[in-house]
Structure formats: C-alpha cells, structure tokens
Ligand binder design. Sequence first.
Ligand code: DAH
Length: 346
Amino acid sequence: MNEEKVESIISEINTKFENVKEINELQLLKSEYLGKKGIITEMQSGIKEAADKKSYGMMVNKVRTTFNDLYEEKLKELNELELNRKLESEKIDITLPATKIRQGSPNILEKVVEDMESLFMSMGYDVVEGPEIEEDLYNFELLNLPKGHPARDSQDTFYLEGDKILLRSHTSPVQARTMLKGKGETPIRIVCPGKTYRRDDDDATHSHNFMQIEGLLIDKKATLADLKGTFDVVAKHLFGDDCKTRFRPSYYPFTEPSVETDISCFKCKGEGCPICKNTGWITISGAGVVHPNVLKMCGYDPEVWHGFAFGFGLERIAMLKYGINDIRTFYNTDLREIKAFDRRED
Ligand code: DAH
C-alpha cells in the first residue's frame, strides 16, 4: 500500500458518501468498510505483513478517520433532512376552514319535562316517579275504575300477566301510590312525569308510547279555583303571558267534577286557525277535583281532605310549543329531524 492507493481509496469513499441519500444506505456503507470483512477492517489486519508498520498504520488511520468524519457528517445531514421532511408533512395550514365539531343537544321532550318540573318545584311541588310496569290495582282500581268499568276501554291497556300486571296507561297510578304513602295524614303536592303506554295504532297524533306529567295536590283547603289558578300559571309559563285559559266539563272516574283544560290559541289569538281547528282554543290536559272514592280508597278522609289532579300529555305540549306536527318525530332516530329541533330553541 502507498500514498497513492490511500488517496484513491479516500476519493472512492468521498464519492460513495456523496451518493448516499438514505440512512439505510449509510448503514450499508458502514458495514462495507468497517464490518467484519469490511475494506478498512481488512486493511487493518494487513498490518501484520506490512514492512513499515508505522507508516502503514498511519495510512489506515487516515482512511478510517476520513471515513468516520464523513460518516458523522452525512448522518447529521440525513437526520436534519428527515426532521425537515417530517415538519413539512405535519405543517398545519391555519388558513384552512376548521373541521366542524358536531354538538349534541338535549332531547326536546326532556327539555319540556325539565321545564315543567322546575316550574312546579317553584310552586312547592315535589317530583316523584312511579313504575312503568304497574299493577291493575294502582292503574285502575284505586282510581275508581273497578273491573268492568266502561272507561277502562278508552285506555287500551297492554296487559303483561293475566289481568293484574300491565304497562301503565297513564301516570295517574302515581297519585294512588303517593296517597297511600301519605297515610291520610300529610298534605301532598307532587308532579310525576313519565312514560305511558296504550295499544294505539301509531300515526301523526298517536303513539303507543307517550309521555304524561301527572299532578296531584291534596290539602285541607283545595278547590277547583286553586286548580284554575295553577293551570293559568302553567299555561302562561308555557305559551306566554297573553295566554287565556278555560275549563270545559268532562268526565274522568277519578275526579268529580272533571274538566278539559284549554288554552287560547297562541297562533291566531282566538280568531280561528288550523292549529285550534277554528275554535280559538286548544285542549292541553285533563284535570279535576279528586273523587271522594279515590281519597277514601287511598286512605284520605274526604270529609277533611280535598284535592285536585291533572294530567298533561307532554308530546302534545312539545308539539304545540315547537311547531312539530308528527308525534312519531320524537321516537325516530333520524338525526336530521332531531337536529332541526335545535333551531326551534326559544
Ligand atoms: N289520566 C288521564 C288520562 O290519561 C289524564 C288525567 C285526567 C289525569 C284528569 C288526572 C286527572 O290526574 O285529574 O287521560
């Protein structure tokens, strides 16, 4: 080996490094020169046979140092290149329009329930719940609807087991349950929102599953006039201060007298339109003075205690309030329709 040879090896190394574009090529080059059978490794072992070991050693060292320096330099260069490539690919273009994050919103029926609950709570009512799978006893018997009573038919009930267990057809059984707990001693002021079921064929205004909010007030001095006052507050809260109310005589076995409660049409203000079917009035609940038989059966002495009760259909209220004309909308899962509710925010 001589200087010339060394220079040619070094120039070869230089060219090879110049051609390296990727880190893995660099690794290959390393093993080509410094691996077990690498060019520099072999040169190194040739020292044994060299005549002038010192100058031979210096020459090998020169090659090795050149290789190592070039290696380090290339490695740094490639790493930097890689980093820049990465930064480039991860660059965020802040001028691009942002990705829209879909926002959920409360279920519209749930919103009506919560609104009604907080209104009644502000008037001193408690919110209670009752079971959806109910006994005939609470759903009918204790509400003055004995077996064979014709009014049972109107409730189209789903029976689950024989004639004793059923899906409640209204929220009124909670009245009976609460009165029995009161043991004829404590005044009662409750509202009970919840699901109810009837064997109806579903259409735009009927659903076999719907919601009601039941109300019951029992006290020593409670009259139909108190019911009227309470209903007035509810109606104005729901449909605005200019909402008028009226009672029409009706029949429910659990109240006497019984009434249908109407509000003046919020759309046409009484002049007549499709919403109020040209009557100027819209019925939104059934109500009445608690029947003495119900008080008696549920442990309250009708000579001492009086009360009123009411039952609102919650979908009906939501439909009127938010201009929804198909009750099935509440129970389907079409996000486009559900989203449309958001825009009905007041
Ligand atoms: N439970 C009745 C129904 O589902 C509604 C109702 C009417 C509830 C009068 C009452 C009431 O508490 O007093 O049709």
